[in-house]
Ligand binder design. Sequence first.
Ligand code: ADP
Ligand code: MG
Length: 253
Amino acid sequence: MVAPLVDIRQLRCHFGNDKGLLAAVDGINLHINAGEVLGLVGESGSGKSTLGRVIAGLQSRSAGSVVIGGKEMPYKYSRRQFQAMSGQVQMVFQDSYASLNPRMTILASLQEPLLTLGVGELDTRNKARYWLERVGLPQSAGERYPHELSGGQRQRVGIARAFITDPKFVICDEPVSALDVSVQAQIINLLQELQREHNTAMLFIAHDLAVVRFLASRTAVMYLGEIVEIGPTKAVFASPRHPYTVSLLAAHL
Ligand code: ADP
Ligand code: MG
């Protein structure tokens, strides 16, 4: 049997507040195979983003192990370790404002992850120009700043930035939730095209069950920091086994 690309064991992440400790992620076991799209659904506050951020190394965990590509991820990354991992794992956020430097041109923002990995200046510029086009943006967008783009255009940049290092694994955290409905389908289709073209494994976090049903081969359902159900998307939607999944599906019909 081939080992999964991403292997998560007994993962926990606590936050302290005035009422004590909150277990945002409370003992999760999960694997994602190379090239597979795993959907992750669950109501707001169930811990989806925390799980994604911990796996991406953007937030440190309290316990458990995260193995990506056979390598155990450290609890806290040094800058060097984090940079090295950026070639493996990338994240697309709800609003790419979160990942784009407002003072950098779009072209510079696309070059940055490659420069970090040690790719030469000329190569990074050519790659950045290729990716502008690949995500459906005109070359002139490269000279602009994030605030000069529409939400949909900015999200295309966020996607280009995530894929430009050719990562094996991309985590998408509600990548279309902040966009106009008319733009959502275009962005979803772009993500699906790129995922297939590069055989990228994906953790796709979404509010919108229809999108997960469309994209994901397996679906996980999260509730109060735990995964209460996981299985082939068709089975989870057609015959949910956990009462929470049943109520979640009913609420979206
Ligand atoms: P979801 O993405 O499913 O909406 P989140 O992962 O954002 O859920 O949040 C899960 C829980 O953790 C929520 O109760 C939220 O308030 C809490 N939480 C998330 N991030 C932090 C943080 N940085 N500090 C304290 N509490 C947090
Ligand atoms: Mg979230």
